[in-house]
Design a protein around this ligand. Sequence first.
Ligand SMILES: Cc1cc2nc3c(=O)[nH]c(=O)nc-3n(C[C@H](O)[C@H](O)[C@H](O)COP(=O)(O)O)c2cc1C
Length: 130
Amino acid sequence: MRQIIYTSVTTKTTGRAADDCTAILRVASGRNGLDGITGLLYTEEDSFLQVIEGPEESVAELLESLYADTRHRDIRILVDQIVEHREFGDWMMLHRDRRETSDAFDDRLRVRLSRVSPETASYFKALTAA
Ligand SMILES: Cc1cc2nc3c(=O)[nH]c(=O)nc-3n(C[C@H](O)[C@H](O)[C@H](O)COP(=O)(O)O)c2cc1C
């Protein structure tokens, strides 16, 4: 199983990465299911942070789509490794709803990250602190 963690920056003029998420998720939930991809898509202000894990071929194909996708730029691969087990067994999306307080969101994120490796959690924490 290959696992990638990357960050990128939205190209949306609103500057909010979350604004493209509904459209992205509509495609992702179908394609990821078919290709055995799980992971998490997280947004913070203008940045995306995504974990992708799955069979090597599926991950490579998805990466190609991601590099070609003009909704984001500056893709930075933080982790590219072979893992034995998935850290995110379901495909999911985590982003702060506009009506949600940052405390409520932080709690949700903390619960989620308590189940992954400290290294994986550290990437999310770095982004949240930035
Ligand atoms: C930040 C970001 C994350 C994305 N995540 C996924 C994903 O997990 N799965 C997926 O199928 N498409 C995802 N997409 C959309 C793909 O880039 C692509 O548009 C879609 O898979 C259709 O692929 P195709 O244009 O090569 O057919 C994402 C796009 C962006 C901008």
